[in-house]
Write a protein that binds this ligand. Structure first.
Ligand code: AMP
Length: 363
């Protein structure tokens, strides 16, 4: 019989909510900390603290009340982890995964160092750097903020001289200029390294974006078995090579048989929500088992699946939606249905991937 633990989570969004659901299923208590008094994580957590992330008194309470602490977003300030540790908080993932993934150049240099390929990139600090970078790299390129960008925000595609004139950015923060990769597919792989050293990978998902936001994940990804296997192996090598513990969602571009690392996040990943209904264990189960030091089981894909994100603009469609045996609807319970906000997802499970894609497209 496994012992019941209390798990602290920094952040109270949908990822925290699904971690709490998983924890509950395994007999654990959860305590989330989030500044938002209406955070959706509260719907599933055993208890919650409403506080700013730098509220020392409340962080101390979190450290005292929990057996282990994790995070559901990568922009947790590193000092918070130090403070929790100084106050006997147990944060087994530490701050390294945050430090690396909070900065696009830092994470790309780190993976290059262990032999993983990325698109060509350069650091950009002013307009002269940008002009020089484009001259060296050639069109088309993509300019991104090094930190804080998400869902395609803070990015500019530069395909010709004319686009350069439109780039209206205030330098003062760091940017990265990347060579555009004309990829065949975008895929991702979620890996977890438990604190006992076990590493497991989930099946590779093929990602389709709409307006820079993940729309669908198709599993198995429509790539060759060799590429899939290579990506799972590569992802395990990355998590071990970078000495990261906990979950890591890694995004890649595939061009022919070339694999380019794009970015990573040390938390559950939207593109692995399919695991909730199509695998023997979900990404949330394995995240918790990993940080609790349990032996990690082999992951099995039980059926094909297409995960479709439900956005704020889909509210009317959701009201008409009927839950079927093979399509599982997950609603996060966020209070405001806003355009481009992730409100839930549907996992369409079955045998024939092309039929599942048609079904998801008819949502
Ligand atoms: P990111 O925030 O880096 O994941 O970028 C958002 C999306 O922009 C990606 O999912 C790709 O579709 C596209 N993108 C980003 N970087 C590149 C690149 N170097 N080459 C081609 N497409 C890119």
């Amino acid at each position: 019989m496994k012992e019941s633990r209390t798990i602290g989570i920094l952040g109270g969004g949908q990822l925290a909510k699904m971690l709490c659901d998983s924890g509950k299923k395994m007999g654990h208590k959860t305590l989330i900390l989030d500044p938002n008094p209406d955070s959706c994580g509260q719907l599933s957590s055993f208890n919650h603290i409403v506080a700013q992330y730098d509220d020392k008194k409340e962080l101390k309470k979190l450290a005292e009340a929990t057996d282990v602490i994790t995070y559901e977003f990568e922009n947790v300030p590193n000092e918070i982890i130090d403070y929790l540790k100084e106050n006997n908080g147990n944060v087994p993932q530490g701050k390294r995964p945050l430090y690396l993934s909070q900065h696009r150049i830092r994470e790309k240099e780190a993976v290059n160092k262990i032999g993983v390929k990325t698109a060509k990139f350069q650091k950009i600090e002013n307009f002269e750097d940008l002009e020089k970078g484009i001259k060296e790299m050639g069109f088309p390129c993509i300019l991104k903020t090094c930190s804080g960008g998400y869902d395609g925000k803070g990015q500019w595609k530069i395909t010709e001289e004319e686009d350069l004139k439109q780039v209206d950015i205030k330098f003062g923060i760091e940017y990265i200029l990347e060579k555009m990769v004309y990829f065949d597919k975008e895929v991702s792989c979620l890996v977890v390294r438990g604190i006992n050293g076990d590493i497991v990978s989930f099946p590779v998902g093929e990602n389709i974006h709409k307006n820079g936001i993940l729309n669908k994940t198709i599993v198995p990804a429509r790539v060759t078995k060799e590429i899939s296997k290579k990506i799972e192996e590569l992802s395990k090598n990355i998590i071990e090579g970078l000495d990261i513990y906990g979950p890591l969602g890694i995004e890649y571009f595939i061009k022919g048989d070339e694999i380019f690392f794009n970015e990573m996040a040390p938390r559950p990943h939207n593109s692995a929500h399919y695991t909730m209904d199509a695998c023997n264990y979900s990404q949330f189960d394995i995240h918790l088992m990993g940080i609790l030091g349990e032996k990690l089981p082999e992951i099995k894909l039980l059926k094909s699946v297409v995960m479709l994100n439900i956005m704020g603009e889909d509210r009317e469609k959701v009201e008409k939606l009927k839950q079927e045996d093979n399509s599982k609807v997950h609603i996060y319970g966020k209070t405001e249905w806003k355009k481009d906000r992730k409100m839930g997802h549907i996992n369409y499970c079955g045998e024939n991937i092309e039929e599942l894609i048609v079904k998801a497209n008819s949502f």
